[in-house]
Design a protein. Sequence first.
Length: 181
Amino acid sequence: MDVLYIFISDMDMEEHIKSGHNKNLNQELNIYVGHSQERFDELMQYVLHDEYRLCQRASWTLGKVCETRPWLMEKWLPEILKALEKPKHDALIRNVVRAFQGMDELPEEYEGEIFEKCFNYLLDPSYAVAIKAFSMTVCRKVAMKYPDLKPELIEVINDVLVNGSSGILSRGRKEIYLLSK
């Protein structure tokens, strides 16, 4: 692990992102970012970049970084939420919602807006299965804090399950179970 870190300690992040789109490159970027807010801030410049491929590839790394270090994203929430209004790529939505899912608790000032976005992803049949699955978890976490949201969320999740894949069925049943406790 230390050898890999030394190898990528002087990385040109943009060139690394542009060099390809595979699991190994993503893992190298994830390790490079580590716990560094400064490096995460650099990654966010590419996540929010106008160039489609940079945004797509950097957002994948964002999702992976935030699975274990979601606090790095907190200062970026206003910009991220704005970017979700007109996303350049489904990968941005998918990986941002994956990152939200990894947060133990959403910052209170943003949880309403995040819940609304994720709830709307559940309602819209055009969104990918992964976006819906991650959205279920994000919405459930908020609904656990605000129980009045539970009945409507359970109803919407049940609607998603009607035509769902096995993965979405599994996630949906789990979220409904947790909401029903």
